[in-house]
Write a protein that binds this ligand. Structure first.
Ligand SMILES: Nc1ncnc2c1ncn2[C@@H]1O[C@H](COP(=O)(O)OP(=O)(O)OP(=O)(O)O)[C@@H](O)[C@H]1O
Length: 471
């Protein structure tokens, strides 16, 4: 398990994004990609809502690009064409893709073609995207062995090497069109259709850098053998999407679908034991308003896939109550049900009937959806047990903290970390997404991951090693 950090337009974000502000706090610039040189103006429209409206901006995104940023249309050519020709080509390509929903063979081949190392670096650099390896929590195979001096020295050397490696920079294969999601990463057909239905064509910067890291590339093996293309270890593809990611990108830059696509795709490919329904992915947001926007987006993307997304509401149950308590309740209920109903209606004892109804409703309200979107407090309440302890969420494999800087700020920190620690599945993948991330928040995130990993590896010997052998 590795932790990567993706920084999208860090300098601009630091200047323009208000630190520690809740999403509802107000005016923000629209930091859409390809608009680096334009001065940021805040229109009255954006003041009303911080969310970028897709209709207008999607048109902006498809506008002709300057030649030096035209990597979608003519990037395969060695020499950049004059700006005017590139513009014309881009226009043709855009209008073609607007009218043509089916990707033809030639286009498909082009989308499947990986960028070579130089091209990848250039594209990532032009979008000011930087990906670094923050930590590697893989248990060392010799950790459990009694340590002899020689071994100890070897291990110390390894640690020094690992620390040196910790700031290694990665160059993921840039995702330059949504069509590549299906062609290169084999995402579910239905998910790809849903994206296309929502008119998503060109990824934003954060999507361009994050999606290749979080999805499993179909082409890794060929890429590894191809001298021209970027190696799997330098691109991060060797981890097959099995990474924890801290992603910092400006407000309104499309982080929501950047974390939803990999989560939905992973959920669709995971095998679920019969009767094992309930949340397998939890997305935490600091406000209910933001949580409800995320759930809407998740529903659009998972339409027709069989996956359900739900917003945590008061009174919902997320875990089975302890068996003893349940069976005691059930037995009691069965014994008393008829008697109670009879006597309640006879004696007008409404209290008992209300209690019965409540008990029934509680069971009916247990979350069955695979994706649960919640604020930390709402989930924490649902996890609290009678003895004050927290129930664990063993079935949860994906945890996303949206607005992670706010969630890990002292105001929410305890709740967030408690929920995080309640996710006890050793294969849990964590994504932290934020417009800003102070070094204290980053340190806290890393140390939470570290503590968790250390405690899990001491109790569980089946944890995966650093990198899967193939992706
Ligand atoms: N690739 C894309 N093409 C066009 N529109 C997009 C794309 N990605 C996202 N959007 C749209 O941009 C808007 C803003 O995206 P989103 O809310 O995900 O930003 P965000 O980075 O999550 O913001 P926040 O920091 O507030 O959570 C949404 O309306 C979304 O549908």
């Amino acid at each position: 398990m590795n932790v990567f950090k993706l920084l999208s337009r860090s300098s601009k974000a630091a200047q323009s994004a208000p630190s520690q502000k809740l999403p509802s706090a107000g005016a923000v610039p629209n930091p859409q990609l390809f608009r680096d040189d334009e001065p940021v103006t805040v229109s009255p429209d954006t003041r009303k809502s911080k969310k970028r409206k897709r209709g207008k901006d999607a048109q902006d995104m498809s506008a002709p690009l300057p030649a030096d940023l035209d990597f979608f249309g003519t990037s395969k050519k060695e020499n950049a064409e004059p700006a005017i020709q590139a513009t014309e080509k881009e226009r043709k390509r855009t209008s073609q893709s607007q009218t043509d929903t089916e990707i033809n063979g030639a286009q498909e081949e082009m989308e499947a073609e990986p960028y070579d190392e130089d091209e990848s670096k250039r594209i990532l650099r032009s979008h000011k995207l930087k990906v670094t390896v923050l930590e590697d929590f893989a248990p060392q195979e010799d950790e459990a062995q009694p340590e002899k001096k020689k071994k100890k020295r070897k291990k110390e050397k390894k640690i020094v090497e690992k620390k040196k490696d910790a700031k290694k920079q990665l160059y993921p294969q840039p995702l330059t069109s949504f069509a590549q999601l299906r062609i290169r990463y084999g995402i579910s057909r239905r998910l790809a259709e849903n994206l296309s239905e929502q008119a998503y064509k060109l990824p934003t910067e954060v999507q361009l850098g994050a999606l290749p890291l979080l999805l499993r590339s179909r082409k890794t093996e060929q890429e590894g053998q191809n001298g021209n293309s970027i190696s799997a270890s330098a691109s991060g593809a060797e981890y097959g999407g099995d990474v924890d990611l801290l992603s910092v990108a400006p407000t309104g830059s499309g982080k929501t679908i950047a974390f939803l696509i990999p989560v939905i795709d992973a959920l669709l490919s995971e095998k679920v034991a019969e009767g094992d329904d309930g949340p397998r992915a939890i997305i935490i947001a600091p406000t209910r308003e933001l949580a409800s926007q995320i759930v809407n987006e998740a529903r659009k993307l998972s339409k027709g896939t069989g996956l359900k997304a739900t917003l945590m509401k008061k009174g919902m149950e997320v875990v089975e109550r302890p068996e003893e308590e349940d069976s005691k309740d059930e037995a009691e209920a069965a014994r008393n049900f008829e008697e109670e109903e009879e006597s309640a209606s006879d004696s007008g004892d409404e209290e008992k009937v209300v209690q019965q109804k409540k008990r029934k409703r509680r069971r009916a309200d247990k979350v069955k959806a695979a994706i649960l979107v919640t604020t930390p407090a709402a989930l924490l309440n649902a996890l609290k047990q009678n003895d004050g302890s927290l129930a664990s969420l063993l079935s949860v494999r994906h945890l996303v903290l949206d607005e992670a800087d706010v969630l890990l700020d002292p105001l929410f920190r305890e709740q967030t970390v408690s929920v995080w620690n309640a996710c006890t599945n050793p294969l849990l993948r964590v994504g932290l997404w934020s417009a800003t991330m102070g070094s204290n928040i980053e340190t806290l995130a890393i140390s939470t991951l570290n503590t968790r990993w250390t405690s899990l590896s001491s109790t569980n010997t089946t944890l995966p090693l650093a990198a899967p052998s193939s992706a």
